[in-house]
Design a protein around this ligand. Sequence first.
Ligand SMILES: [Zn+2]
Length: 430
Amino acid sequence: MTTRPELGDWGSLDELTQLQDGHLEAALTAAARSPFYRARHGASPPRDRDALHRTALTTKQDLRDAYPFGLLAVPRSELATYHESSGTSGEATASYYTEEDWLDLTERYARKHVGIGPDDTFMVRTPYALMITGHLAHAAARSRGATVVPADNRSLATPFARVVRILRDLDVTLTWSLPADTLLWAAAARAAGYLPDRDFPALRALFVGGEPLSRARRARIGELWAADVVEEYGATETGSLAGECPLGRLHLWADRAIFEVHDPSTGVTGTHGRGQLVVTPLFRQAMPLLRYNIEDEVEVSHEPCPCGWHLPTVRVLGRSALTGGTRLTQLDVEDLVFGLPAEFGVMFWRARAAGDRIEIEIEVAERHRRPAAAALTASVRRVLGVDAAVVPTPPGGLVPLPLLTAPADVMKPRGFFAAGEDWDKALQYH
Ligand SMILES: [Zn+2]
């Protein structure tokens, strides 16, 4: 059985590098067993860090081309789960894990500074179908003895109204979801007549991931629910890559993987700075990856953090678009939207680059329309240096009320009906 490092096993970034080197050889040996890396490296696979850094990056397209089992480095019989990630290209990106891979996965996810324990009721509100995210949180919470409520977020069985009922009736203490989902629950809770910060006293922390999160939005979510917000960052092909320390900074799990930052405009890959995140997991059996380019825009820093974890920090920047010669990220805009005074109650927005300015729609109550639009227009100009056309829409304009109040809408396929029942529902899913 492999010994995997835990927080506290190293006392500096230098010791961390030594720790990585101690596990790298086994990771390289495992990779050499997969058809993809055998074909790529032939008779001279990389055997140390320098040689690894001379190899080509593994791209998302490489993974798609290797579908389904081109990266398999163990017999099929040793696989525990198979997943696909949600690409937009229409081509599948497969990933698969052994039982031991799952120990590494769950340990990384379970590194939450607020702790997960037997007294927790943990609502998992991310997809279970094909992706890893729901199963990852589920397994991590089970490994710590928590009671898991598998709620999913793409199932017709769990609309927002049901989520609110579960959060309240079950005294849910921890949740795992997109940050955006927690705002929708808050709106749904209000639609059901509750106050999110008062009527859910058991809720102590919201684990969020799957999209970039600005400081301002994170603060707003925490205030709305009167609970800690704990950020998590990962991918279906890798599991958790980073988690938050008690000081609120996102640290890369560099004891379990080697991270690099790739600048696609120069082709240069380094250990820190801004660019695409590249990862070499150190404890993978089923599907070893070498220098896998996640293609997320990030900023990695080796500046020490007082938490004492001695791990690099990362900021996930999200999508960007050119506006009048200025490259804006989703985080830039989001930070200003959620930087609006809380009493304006702005939770839902969307934006797009439009020539030399940016168009932003915000959902806001009639009485706050003018001040909210004026404040946002001014802050975009002041902070980002571009003009903004801010369009306020009334509540329901971006998130329709029926979405927040709709009942569950699933039925098992059936063939036999009693007199008076609507047999046009026979065998249909809807
Ligand atoms: Zn820290």
